[in-house]
Design a protein around this ligand. Structure first.
Ligand code: FDA
Length: 391
């Protein structure tokens, strides 16, 4: 049976980073990955340009049953630390919007950088982890290629999102086997699905995008909203999907800068002869303006003929559109998995399981999930660094 000091399970963002952080002279590290290539999610991330961090990273931009858990690791490994690595590797980058940093070129540059950083570590591809158990000297990891003995095991097998990209959820099975509590996983940063009556409005508008504000409880995001054949998508919807639960209502403000009923009442004074849809298209994309006017029974209706009550109803429809999604597209398209290993089981400084010395969980398989925009990779780097330094 092979013997190593550290076995890292999964060669995704967290596993690759942890291997580089844990490397010391003479320490034998093995990274086991069941796919043919390492870092597949990094490769496709950020539309192929990898949104590798966010300058506005702070613990309150993460969801978890214990939100402050992430604060320690995030404070000790900051976006600027990762940017330093990117700069040292000569990778050109830019800030797109809201602190989101992307590569100018391909995301594979980040994978190459991580691979170079962990040179000397053995990466065993097409090696599926099947089980982990403890023995007197440490742990035994069972893979499809045989068993490996390890003094320390780091579980970095990610969540359940996008099984096609290699997600298996085995990290949860390993945690359960060691008696750890799991916060029920669910799809996050995922398009929502809608009932037929909402689709009837959205479908003909597919392709239209506008900046909107979307709210659910205290969560509020202003970002692009995209009409699609399947309903609504775009960053604003993905962000709110982390907070939405089945049966709940969302509120969308299609024109966050303008109180539309006020604006229509003002316009009625000077432009009463103009059609409602034409006035609305000053502020909204034309097809959307027409669709809303038609939905409200105001096709070809003149502004002058509308009572305050009608304009207030129209205003509510645009500034406070209430919508009840029927579900999400699920793990097939979700960018992340919410929930995971309950943080009460882990030491926030090291990511080690409190009651199982030598066993660590990092990255997405832990109950810490970031907003859209580079936060999830920053959690992968920071949690990996915390474990890597402790090993
Ligand atoms: P990750 O999923 O990266 O790695 C887990 C690894 O374990 C995988 O390589 C998997 O194959 C392997 N594995 C699983 N089961 C195994 C087993 N039984 N045996 C061996 N290996 C096994 N985030 C962000 O911050 N910026 C962005 O731009 C994007 N963009 C983005 C786009 C898309 C399409 C997706 C799906 C996701 C993103 N994300 C993102 C999220 C980001 O990809 C995610 O948060 C990190 O990859 C999580 O890193 P982990 O290493 O924890 O899991």
């Amino acid at each position: 049976m092979d013997q190593v000091d550290i076995a890292i399970l999964g060669a995704g963002a967290a596993g690759l980073f942890c291997a580089g952080s844990a490397m010391t002279q003479g320490c034998r590290i093995l990274v086991a990955e069941h796919s043919r290539k390492p870092g597949e999610k990094i490769r496709i991330s950020g539309g192929g340009r990898c949104n590798f961090t966010n300058l506005a990273t702070s613990w309150d931009r993460f969801l978890s049953q214990n939100q402050r858990f992430a604060a320690s690791a995030l404070a000790r490994y900051c976006p600027e630390d990762f940017v330093e690595l990117v700069d040292q590797a000569g990778i050109a980058w830019h800030e797109k919007t809201q602190g989101q940093l992307f590569c100018n070129g391909k995301a594979t540059q980040i994978i190459d950088m991580l691979m170079y950083r962990m040179r000397g570590v053995e990466l065993r591809l097409e090696t599926a982890v099947e089980d982990v158990h403890r023995n007197a000297d440490g742990f035994v990891v069972t893979t499809n290629g045989g068993q490996v003995r390890a003094k320390y095991v780091v579980v970095a097998t990610g969540g359940k999102s996008i099984p096609k990209m290699g997600a298996t959820g085995i990290g949860y099975a390993i945690a359960r086997k060691f008696g750890l509590r799991i916060v029920e996983p669910r799809a996050g940063l995922v398009p929502l699905t809608f009932a037929e009556q909402d689709l009837a409005l959205c479908r003909p508008l597919a392709g239209i995008s506008l900046e909107a504000e979307i709210c659910h409880g205290k969560a509020r995001f202003r970002d692009a909203l995209l009409f699609t054949h399947r309903g609504l998508s775009g960053p604003a919807i993905l962000q709110i999907s982390n907070y939405w639960q089945p049966g709940e209502v969302l509120e969308i403000n299609l024109l966050p800068e303008i109180d539309i009923s006020e604006a229509l009442m003002m316009a009625r004074k000077d432009a009463g002869r103009v059609a409602v849809a034409t006035i609305l298209s000053q502020w909204l994309p034309e097809r959307l303006a027409q669709a809303i006017a038609a939905e409200q029974g105001l096709t070809d209706a003149r502004l002058a003929d509308q009572s305050n009550g009608v304009l207030q109803r129209l205003g509510r429809r645009i500034n406070r559109w209430q919508l009840r999604p029927v579900g999400t597209e699920g793990y097939r398209t979700a960018e992340v998995t919410l929930g995971g290993v309950d943080t009460r089981e882990l030491d926030a400084r090291t990511m080690q399981v409190r009651d199982v010395p030598g066993l660590y969980f990092i990255g997405e398989c832990v109950d810490v999930t970031g907003w859209l925009g580079g936060y999830n990779f920053q959690w992968a780097w920071a949690s990996a660094e915390a474990a890597g330094q402790a090993l």
